[in-house]
Write a protein that binds this ligand. Structure first.
Ligand code: UGA
Length: 436
C-alpha cells in the first residue's frame, strides 16, 4: 500500500518507518526543509533507540522517502496520516488544532481516488468531525473518509510498541475505510493483533482516557509514597502487593518525582478542558494534574532534607534531565521544576544527562552548569540527585563518588538503589516512599 505521513515529529517518523518495515511504501512529509534534508542524509532529528537503523534499512530498500511537499505522495496514497503536533494552546490548555486543519485542507486539495485520512495526532473528541467538515468545505467532491487511529507509543520503546502493540484502535464506521485500515495493519495480525474498531469519537476518547488513567495510576502511587514516608512503610512493596492483583496490574506503579513528557501533562489538561466545556468536569483527572504539578516542585525539598536544611551556596549534582530514560525529550520534565526550585533556594546546580544535554541547554536557566559524566558533575558537589533512571546511573562506583563529593549525600528520586546498602556505604540517602 502507499502511505503518506504528514509530520516527521516523533509519532510520524516512528510510525512511517514501521509501516515501511511492514512492506508498505511510505513518504514522510514535513514543511521543515532542514529536517527533510537531514532525514534524506540518513540523520535522525530525535533520539529513539533503533530508529536510525530502521530508517536506513527502509530507505535503502526503496520503501521510505521524504518530501517537503505533500502533493505527489498524497495523490498516490490510499492512506494519508496526519501526525502533526497538537501543543497545548497558550492560555486555555486546549489542544491547538491549527496544524491538523491546515494539513486537512492541503490533503483535500490534491487527493485522488478513494483516500482514507487518518488522524494519528492526539486530538480532542469531535476533531474527526471537524477535519471532515474542513475537507468538505475545501473540496466537496473529494472521495475521502476520515478515521481516528490514536498512537500508544512510549518514547524510548516506540518501535517495540508499534510492532507489538497491546491493541490497535481504529475509529470509523465506514466499511470502505475499515477494510483499508485492516489491510494496512495486516502484517501485525500474524501476531494475533487485537485490532479494535469503534466509532470515531470513541476512538478519540480512548486515547485520552488511557493516558489519563496511567497518569492517575502514577499519581496514586506517588501519594502513597508520601504516606509511606509518614507511617514507615515501603512503597515498592505496597506497589508489588497491590500490583499482583490482576485487576490492578503491576505496571505504572513506580513512585518518583512526578510524571512529565510530551503526552501526559498535555493530554490530561486537554481532556479536562473538553469535559468542562460539555458540563461534565472530570474531577479525578483535575486533581491528578494539580497533585502532580505540586509534586514536581515539592520534591526538591528532599534535597534540603538530605542536606540538613542547609542548601544556600551549596552545589547539587543532577544526574538525568530528560523526563525519562532513552529519550532526549525535556518537555515537562520533572528536572525543570526541581532545578528551578534548587536555584531559587540559592543552590549551585551542575547537571549531566546521557542524551538530553542539547535540549536541556535550550530550556534550563543559564545558571546551570553542565558536566561530561556522573563523576565530573559530582566534583566538589554537596549532593548527588538522581532525577532520571538512565542505565548509566544504575551501577555508580560509590567509593569513587565518596572521594569526589564534598559530602556523601545521595537523593535518589527513582528508587534505583537500596537504602540499607547506601547506609553501609556511609551515604546519607533519601529516596521516595521507603524507610531509611
Ligand atoms: C505515554 C504513554 O505511556 C504512551 O502509551 C502514549 O502513547 C504516549 O504517552 C503518548 O500519548 O504519546 P511517554 O510519555 O513516552 O508515553 O512515557 P511514559 O513511559 O508513559 O512515561 C511518562 C512519565 O511517567 C515519565 O515522566 C515517567 O518517568 C513517569 N512514570 C511512568 C512514573 O513516574 N512512574 C511509572 O510507574 C511510570
Amino acid at each position: 500500500m502507499r502511505v503518506a505521513m504528514i509530520g516527521t515529529g516523533y509519532v510520524g517518523l516512528v510510525s512511517g518507518a514501521c509501516f515501511a518495515d511492514f512492506g508498505h511504501h511510505v513518504t514522510c512529509i514535513d514543511k521543515d526543509a532542514g529536517k527533510i534534508a537531514m532525514l534524506r542524509e540518513g540523520r535522525i532529528p530525535i533520539f529513539e533507540p533503533g530508529l536510525d537503523e530502521l530508517v536506513a534499512r527502509n530507505c535503502a530498500a526503496g520503501r521510505l522517502d521524504f518530501d517537503t511537499d505533500l502533493t505527489r505522495a498524497v495523490k498516490e496514497a490510499e492512506t494519508v496520516f496526519i501526525a502533526v503536533g497538537t501543543p497545548s494552546r497558550r492560555g486555555d490548555g486546549h489542544a491547538d488544532l491549527s496544524y491538523v486543519f491546515a494539513a486537512a485542507r492541503e490533503i483535500a486539495a490534491v487527493a485522488e481516488g478513494f483516500t482514507v485520512v487518518v488522524t494519528k495526532s492526539t486530538v480532542p473528541v469531535g476533531t474527526g468531525d471537524e477535519v471532515e467538515r474542513v475537507i468538505r468545505e475545501t473540496r466537496p467532491e473529494a472521495d475521502i473518509s476520515v478515521v481516528s487511529n490514536p498512537e500508544f507509543l512510549r518514547e524510548g520503546a516506540a518501535i517495540e510498541d508499534f510492532k507489538r502493540p497491546d491493541r490497535v484502535v481504529v475509529g470509523t464506521e465506514d466499511p470502505r475505510a475499515r477494510s483499508v485500515m485492516a489491510a494496512l495493519y495486516r502484517p501485525l495480525s500474524l501476531n494475533q493483533l487485537p485490532l479494535m474498531f469503534t466509532a470515531r469519537r470513541t476512538s478519540e476518547l480512548i486515547k485520552y482516557a488511557g493516558n489519563a488513567f496511567l497518569a492517575m495510576k502514577i499519581t496514586f502511587i506517588n501519594e502513597m509514597a508520601d504516606l509511606c514516608e509518614q507511617v514507615g512503610a515501603n512503597v515498592q512493596d505496597v506497589a508489588r502487593g497491590i500490583g499482583l492483583d490482576n485487576r490492578i496490574g503491576a505496571k505504572f506503579l513506580h513512585a518518583g518525582p512526578g510524571y512529565g513528557g510530551s503526552c501526559f501533562p498535555k493530554d490530561t489538561l486537554a481532556l479536562t478542558r473538553t469535559a468542562q466545556q460539555v458540563g461534565t468536569p472530570l474531577r479525578i483527572v483535575e486533581t491528578v494534574i494539580a497533585v502532580n504539578d505540586v509534586r514536581k516542585l515539592a520534591i526538591a525539598r528532599k534535597v534540603e532534607k538530605a542536606l540538613g536544611g542547609q542548601v544556600r551556596g551549596r552545589t547539587a549534582a543532577i544526574l538525568g534531565l530528560t523526563f525519562k530514560p532513552n529519550t532526549d525529550d525535556m518537555r515537562d520534565s520533572p528536572a525543570l521544576s526541581i532545578i528551578h526550585a534548587l536555584l531559587d533556594k540559592g543552590m549551585r546546580v551542575r547537571a549531566f544527562d546521557p542524551e538530553g544535554m542539547d535540549e536541556a541547554r535550550k530550556v534550563l536557566p543559564a545558571a546551570v552548569e553542565y558536566g561530561t559524566g556522573p563523576y565530573d558533575v559530582a566534583q566538589d558537589a554537596d549532593c548527588l540527585v538522581i532525577v532520571t533512571e538512565w542505565d548509566a546511573f544504575r551501577a555508580l562506583d560509590f567509593d569513587r563518588m565518596k572521594a569526589i563529593l564534598r559530602q556523601p549525600v545521595l537523593v535518589d528520586l527513582r528508587n534505583i538503589y537500596v537504602p540499607d546498602q547506601m547506609a553501609q556505604l556511609g551515604f546519607v540517602y533519601e529516596s521516595v516512599g521507603r524507610p531509611v
